[in-house]
Design a protein around this ligand. Sequence first.
Ligand code: ZN
Length: 268
Amino acid sequence: MGDRGLKSRAPVIFVGHGSPMNALADNDFTRSLRELRALYPQPRAILVISAHWMTEGTWVTHMASPKTIHDFYGFPAALFDVRYPAPGSPAVADLVRETVKSSRIQPDDEMWGLDHGTWSVLRHIFPAADVPVLQLSLNIAQPASYHLELGRQLRGLRDQGVLILASGNIVHNLRKIRWEQDAAPFDWALEFDAWARDKLLARDETALSKEYLAFESGRLSVPTPDHYLPLLYALGASDSRDVLRFTFEGIQNASISMRTLVFNTPAG
Ligand code: ZN
């Protein structure tokens, strides 16, 4: 690792991952992911909060070689052939467990690995798969405030070179989905996506963690919490020293927001 990685604060990234097929695609979205690598070329490790690992209790992957999990059905064989062979890091997992004081983080040595919320994104940002990757589970029984607080507790890891990557979708309604990727977005999807953008710019933690279901477009955009909650980790792990930049925006399949954003602390 170069000195640069040790001295500067690792960024926080939230990616709207959308369809697993983005893992194999070459489109505007995946090209925008490839550009993120220049932000922080060699993190010590990447800690991912993926929409696709929901558990009772809160867990962190603790194995040295996490397996690639193909947690979907009905996709082409080529997608099931994808492997993302990044190492894990039991040492960084223990660091996460020690750093978080607000709740007990349990070590997972066999249950999980890397799901598609993680590898469909990381194979574009870090195609060499040479940086250790860990996942933190979503304790789905807990309210939004729990996830925001857990994000805050992870913030200090950034000073130790750990990049925080949250992977979900701000708008994610599969029941309303249209097959064409470029189908016209629903008005409520555009409305909620813009609402979230404005609240992020204002760092309005109360609105983003407590008010997002108080109106119709929020309830349609977040019919289940799994893809929204990772955003609260990104918000919590960032602070007013960070500059917020939206690196991709757009709605795929009428009801999936691909909005992707970075919190990065300017050097010096
Ligand atoms: Zn997903």
